[in-house]
Design a protein around this ligand. Structure first.
Ligand code: ZN
Length: 317
């Protein structure tokens, strides 16, 4: 039955990654399209449906059988009702995306949260494979997590589980986008690290527009202000992850998002800082994500297959 595929879309604030995914997790086709979020949520929904319909047509033209649709979106997502409840960067407010997709494509459809499905994919097909209990933490412009137990990501009572970026780590720290001071993502997201370095460098001007990756590079080269900015972020991340471990007691923490691309420059000091914070807790394995930016599409496809009751694919690989 290798001719069955799932149509998968991972909708972000600027672009959507799209794929045709076989039930065994193999991606057979990918496409990218602009989200065009500035056009407003109604136009974005139309684009999502158009792209999904186009992919299903492409599958059929290639002799494949599209059996389901999986869509991942950012923000607050009610997976049970298939509703995109709220999203700052796409503008969704209570959009019944699953029902709209079913009406347009006639395919069983699952709607998921971008980070939670990314975590699902990493836990089942990627760096957390075989761990059972996994915490996936995506560190980019913000910080969010997915707690995955035996291949299912916790959704929460209101579709908002996993907001580890809003754990309070520095009460006197910079104000977070959520309005409160000292949240983890206000201190340790990729954008926060760039800002902190610029603040430390002050009026020298050399620090304007420095990315977190560049801060990591300068820190590795021994530049004192970069070393300080990087160390502060690592310490804050370790505080956040220690809280996560106290709550969830996972076997493996998988770090994803742009910051994880710093590799050992992040992982080595972060492992040490996390180790210092463990008392009676069992220390989790701390690893970088393995699936890259395909994780969202793979996870959306897995969610759709789960909804169909097809749950034997990845174990058989
Ligand atoms: Zn916050």
């Amino acid at each position: 039955m290798n001719d069955r595929v799932v149509v998968a879309l991972d909708v972000g604030g600027t672009g959507m990654k799209c794929a045709l995914v076989r039930p065994d997790g193999v991606v057979v086709h990918t496409e990218r399209h602009p989200t065009g979020a500035s056009r407003g949520p109604v136009a974005v929904v139309e684009t999502i449906l158009d792209v999904a319909e186009g992919l299903a047509g492409k599958a059929r033209a290639d002799g494949l059988d599209p059996v389901a649709l999986g869509v991942a979106v950012p923000g607050v997502v009610d997976e049970a009702r298939g509703v995109a409840v709220w999203s700052a960067n796409v503008g969704f407010r209570d959009v019944p995306l699953r029902d709209l997709a079913v009406a347009r494509l006639g395919l069983p459809t699952a709607l998921g949260h971008d980070v939670r499905v990314g975590g699902l994919a990493e836990a089942r097909l990627g760096a957390g494979r075989g761990a059972g209990h996994v915490l996936f933490v995506a560190i980019g412009t913000g910080i969010a997590a997915a707690h995955v137990v035996d291949g299912s990501a916790t959704v929460g009572a209101h579709g908002a589980a996993g907001e580890i970026g809003h754990i309070l780590v520095r009460p006197d720290g910079p104000r977070c986008g959520c309005g409160r001071p000292g949240c983890l993502e206000a201190v340790a997201s990729a954008s926060a690290i760039g800002r902190r370095y610029a603040d430390l460098a002050g009026s020298s001007g050399a620090a304007a527009e420095v990315t977190a990756a560049e801060v990591a590079e300068r820190a590795a080269a021994g530049e004192p202000l970069a070393v300080q900015a990087w160390r502060e972020a690592v310490e804050a991340l370790a505080d956040g992850l220690a809280t996560g471990q106290a709550l969830f007691d996972v076997a493996t923490i998988v770090l994803g998002g742009g910051l994880a691309q710093a590799g050992d420059r992040l992982l080595v000091p972060l492992r040490a800082a996390l180790h210092e914070r463990m008392t009676f807790h069992r220390e989790p394995r701390l690893v970088a994500a393995a699936l890259g930016d395909e994780a969202g599409c793979l996870g959306a496809a897995l969610l759709a297959l789960d909804a169909l009751g097809v749950r034997d694919h990845q174990e058989k690989r």
